[in-house]
Design a protein around this ligand. Structure first.
Ligand SMILES: [Zn+2]
Length: 324
């Protein structure tokens, strides 16, 4: 069973927000598309796992673990009695050639080597085993869920670490034979205790280069009108409830500037003066935690994922009036 929800990596959320507020450089646009593709590959993997069933095992999805002084990110970790199996998920498509640690597509070398990534991750879990004197096996596979991935390689030992789309269901069904009792629960607890936030997400965004203001979440237009409880886009007529809009502005602010204090004045300026400061304060108090009093007080939002906030009627599109 899945133990946690799979969420977009913070880097993906960051680039999605950034692209609304300024032109992305070529490098940033490439990063955005790599993160989008990676995430959709992971979702595809989850769908196949849902289809084949996963009741006999515990599955962690996209987690960061602290091991000794370092960290490791795992796309999927499958835990059963006496065993942990890492799945490194790669949404590659096209014809790849692998030889001696080098991956190429159309004769161009790619920057990553999933096989050495997987070996590194396996070694991290082996460290956990020895550090805690636990008894479990660590295995790993690189999973390519995209049906348009083709691989040419003569290295048998490397190919054994790979699961391609055509074998994915069979591979996932093999977990039906596993047992998950006390031993698996103990391993799950060990992993859960080591989970940390993504330690590398520390963007440095230049505030002055960003377009300030509120934009329509549907079409991206900054041409909007504030009504009593909604903001309406003048271009596509979609509307967003003000409460949601304010929380979205706060979340975007924290994604772009994790090190800056989230204050009423910051959100007021960031959303182009669209909302009353009293309203901003009310909704930040409701959906965040306040520190300090008076003009120096600031807030911490509970999550960087909008769907984690219990906000009704988040967003409404008015198909009748939408202009395409
Ligand atoms: Zn719009």
């Amino acid at each position: 069973m899945f133990l946690n929800e799979r969420k977009e990596p913070l880097e993906l959320l960051y680039y999605r927000v950034l692209r609304h507020r300024r032109q992305l450089s070529d490098k940033e646009a490439r990063s955005l598309s790599i993160y989008e593709k990676g995430f959709s590959g992971e979702c595809l993997y989850d769908e196949v796992f849902e289809e084949t069933g996963h009741d006999n095992v515990f599955i962690f999805r996209d987690i960061w673990l602290q091991v000794e002084a370092g960290n490791v990110q795992l796309d999927s970790l499958i835990v059963s009695d006496g065993e942990m199996e890492i799945n490194e998920i790669k949404n590659y498509s096209g014809e790849y050639v692998y030889h001696d640690g080098v991956w190429k597509i159309q004769n161009r070398r790619i920057s990553e080597d999933p096989i050495s990534q997987l070996r590194r991750a396996v070694n991290k879990l082996i460290k956990v085993k020895f550090e805690k004197n636990l008894s479990f096996d660590v295995k790993g596979k690189i999973v390519f869920p995209n049906p348009y991935f083709v691989l040419e390689s003569a290295e048998r030992s490397s190919l054994e670490m790979i699961v391609k789309r055509e074998k994915l269901k069979k591979y996932m069904r093999s977990f039906r034979m596993k047992q998950s009792g006390r031993s698996a629960e103990m391993l799950v607890k060990e992993i859960a205790e080591r989970m940390v936030e993504n330690p590398y997400f520390k963007p440095k965004t230049d505030f002055t280069r960003l377009r300030q203001g509120y934009y329509c979440v549907h079409c991206g237009s900054f041409e909007v009108e504030k009504r009593r409880v909604h903001v309406i886009c003048k271009k596509c007529f979609c509307r967003e409830v003000s409460e949601t809009a304010i929380v979205r502005m706060a979340v975007e602010f924290k994604l772009l500037f994790p090190e800056r204090k989230l204050t009423v004045n910051e959100i007021y300026a960031f959303s182009g003066g669209l909302f009353h400061k009293d309203h901003i304060q009310r909704h930040l108090s409701k959906h965040g935690t306040r520190s300090g009093q008076g003009p120096t007080s600031f807030y911490e939002v509970h999550s960087l994922y909008l769907k984690d906030f219990s906000i009704e009627n988040r967003y409404k599109s008015s198909n009748k009036h939408r202009i395409r």
